[in-house]
Ligand binder design. Structure first.
Ligand code: 147
Length: 657
């Protein structure tokens, strides 16, 4: 459709709304899930506000238009577990975790931001302990609607979109039931996006079953590689890339984001693209390290890094809102002759126009998945011809990025406005560039000076007295089970409680291990002293606890971790030293004879130095032995030997140098 009109081979691209518009733009978003925002919460206030401004505040940075969050299920969902709002059928708590907080911070900055909730795992009772949440569709719908109700009634948040089950097959009966129960609960305005799964085959079910189709607002798929299907287009539904990116926030990651933001519409007619993660705010060393729009994983130093994907987002988000529309393919949207793409969007009153151009080369824009077929791209001169009503535009503000490895690298630089003469704009486009031409505003690039990076502070002590009740403990990152700060009423007043007493409906294999684990510190630690007080004098208590160092696996592989695990079974009068979290390999064991065991609080300490491991229980040494496995680095952690309640307090960590 490109027409060559001059001998100088300058391709001409019409930009015109005379014959109607393209699809409605649904927005660019970030996804907080899999404990991806874990470390953001306890940043110092100043830096935390700066970071949240970069993400959400209009005209500061990414100006995100959608915030998607996990509906926690006490289940491992990539870089940790997130807390459920209903731990059992009779339990309801809309204060747990950090997603409520995050949504409120986002709304404070941009009241128009759209909110989208999606579960990964579920507490085990959902589906009546069958591991299949669709066992009782009405129960599952009520669980999800309870979360939506908690958003509105307790947290003053209106949820705009709700999903089905992350990367698991949808259930048609459940989707219909959810729609009915939403409507009966006065949540008619909450739209269903289905099914956060791979591929577009859901389109066949939508076409076959009108009731199913009517229940669904839009089709959301993961990592679509910018393409859609004929069937999906035939449904007439909005099409979304409801999870995408998952790439490093470096040069190529920025290139990936620039390429897919444009091409998801140009190639795939997708009107929303959502990045996992919103922000990489989990410990270095956990899975998918650094896969966010920016990185903030040092609450103790306040250090953070505003990365390329933030400024790539800004190229679109600072100059559009979700009320805008794309133009049609061939009259404002399309491929460029020598590689790259452009999209144009107009405001609802058609008075404002934004054109985003990207010329990302293959090697500068590869994403984590799917594989990107080779293609050619070279420098080119282009001409945009603004026609009809848009021909009245007399100048464009200009923002420019160059994702190069040399000194020409720049992000979201303001350039002089370009005059539009007789509706014509000419540009010389280089390779790996992003351009925005817009009538809206010059845009804004915030500048801050984050404090320098520092190692995890040592010695470390937390008595959990300053953490808000029901929150997760600062820095302690649950990998199996769920850990929350509770008030016990008697001194020590606040403690950390492991609260999972049944296996969750798992999203990944970590939850197949009927134990709990929360990690802290650094994956580089080898020699450490750790001590903690614990109390198992609770109904539904776990049968034992452990304290561990050198934990070498986290996330969905947590159940396979090796390290040094000191296990105490107070009621069995027994201790063990295991080299694995599952407790299959015992290095040392013995009875707790001659050691006082208290009904409530006991103190356990583990020191590992080189090949030496020393264990102390209630101030009596249990053993000091030589390990046969070579000292490998890893996190420290605490956990329970079964799913059952356990209280922890006064966590102390000291590095041995
Ligand atoms: C996705 C998850 O939905 C996210 O929570 C996060 O874990 C993300 C990390 O990249 O990945 O899950 C996927 C896992 C595997 C594939 C795609 C998505 N895959 O192999 O194509």
């Amino acid at each position: 459709f490109t027409c060559l009109t001059s001998v100088s081979a300058q391709a001409v691209y019409p930009v015109d709304i005379t014959n109607g518009l393209g699809r409605r733009f649904d927005g660019i978003g970030g996804l907080s899930a899999g404990a991806s925002s874990k470390l953001l919460v306890n940043y110092p206030q100043k830096q935390r506000d700066e970071i949240l401004d970069y993400l959400f505040k209009p005209n500061v940075g990414a100006s995100l238009q959608i915030l998607k969050v996990e509906i926690g299920g006490d289940a491992q969902s990539t870089d940790g577990t997130e807390a459920t709002h209903m731990r059992n059928r009779n339990d309801v708590n809309y204060y747990r975790g950090y997603e409520w907080w995050l949504m409120k911070e986002a709304k404070k900055r941009n009241p128009n931001i759209k909110l989208y909730g999606l579960p990964w795992g579920f507490p085990g009772w959902v589906g009546n302990y069958t591991q299949n949440p669709y066992t009782d569709p009405s129960q599952l719908a009520e669980y999800v609607i309870s979360w939506i109700r908690g958003a509105r009634e307790v947290n003053d948040l209106n949820i705009d979109y709700i999903g089905i089950w992350n990367e698991r097959m949808y259930d048609i009966k459940y989707v219909k039931t959810l729609r009915k129960q939403l409507d009966m609960s006065n949540f008619t305005s909450v739209k269903i996006v289905a099914a956060d799964y791979f591929g577009w085959n859901i389109a066949f079910d939508i076409m076959k079953d009108p009731e199913f189709g009517d229940a669904i607002y839009g089709i959301g798929v993961h990592y679509p590689g910018t393409s859609t299907s004929v069937g999906a287009l035939q449904t007439g539904k909005p099409l979304w890339s409801s999870e995408d990116f998952s790439s490093l926030d470096d040069l190529v990651g920025g290139g990936c984001w620039a390429r897919i933001l444009n091409r998801n519409y140009v190639n795939g007619f997708m009107t929303s693209t959502i990045s996992w993660a919103l922000i990489a705010s989990w410990y270095e060393g956990l899975p998918y390290n650094g896969d966010g729009l920016m990185t903030a994983n040092e609450p103790w130093s306040g250090h953070y890094n505003v990365a390329t994907p933030i400024w790539v987002s800004a190229h679109t988000t600072q100059f559009t809102t979700t009320e805008w529309s794309y133009l049609q393919h061939g009259s404002g949207v399309g491929n460029l002759q020598y590689g790259g793409t452009f999209v144009s969007l107009v405001s609802p009153d058609q008075s404002q126009l934004t054109i985003v151009i990207e010329t990302m080369s293959h090697d500068t824009s590869v994403c984590i998945r799917p594989p990107l077929p080779a293609y050619n791209l070279s420098s080119q001169s282009v001409q945009f011809n603004l026609k009809g009503k848009l021909g009245n535009i007399d100048q464009f503000y200009v923002r420019y990025s160059k994702l190069s490895r040399d000194q020409t690298f720049q992000m979201f630089t303001r350039k002089d406005p370009i005059p539009v003469i007789n509706g014509i704009v000419r540009l010389n486009l280089g390779v790996d560039e992003v351009w925005t031409l817009t009538t809206v505003s010059p845009g804004n690039k915030a500048v801050t000076t984050p404090p320098p990076s520092k190692p995890f502070p040592m010695p470390y002590h937390d008595d959990f007295e300053k953490t808000p009740v029901y929150s997760e403990p600062n820095n302690l990152s649950p990998q199996i089970g769920s850990f929350e700060v509770v008030q016990t009423g008697s001194p020590p007043n606040q403690v950390v409680r492991q609260t999972s007493i049944q296996p969750s409906v798992e999203w990944c294999a970590a939850d197949s291990l009927p134990r709990s684990l929360a990690i802290i510190g650094s994956y580089r630690w080898i020699n450490v002293n750790i001590s903690v007080r614990f109390n198992l004098d609770l109904s539904d208590s776990a049968n034992g606890i452990f304290l561990a160092a050198r934990i070498n696996e986290t996330g969905c592989d947590s159940h396979k971790a090796f390290g040094v695990f000191l296990v105490i079974y107070p009621t069995l009068n027994h201790y063990l030293l295991n080299s694995d979290i599952a407790g299959l390999d015992t290095v040392q064991y013995g009875n707790l004879t001659n050691v006082p065991i208290y009904k409530e609080w006991n103190t356990v300490r583990l020191s590992v130095t080189g090949y030496e491991a020393t264990a102390v229980f209630n101030n009596i040494m249990l053993f000091s032995i030589s390990l046969t496995t070579s000292p490998e680095p890893g996190f420290v952690g605490v956990g329970t030997t079964s799913l059952g309640l356990a209280d922890f307090d006064d966590l102390i960590i000291d590095q041995i140098t």
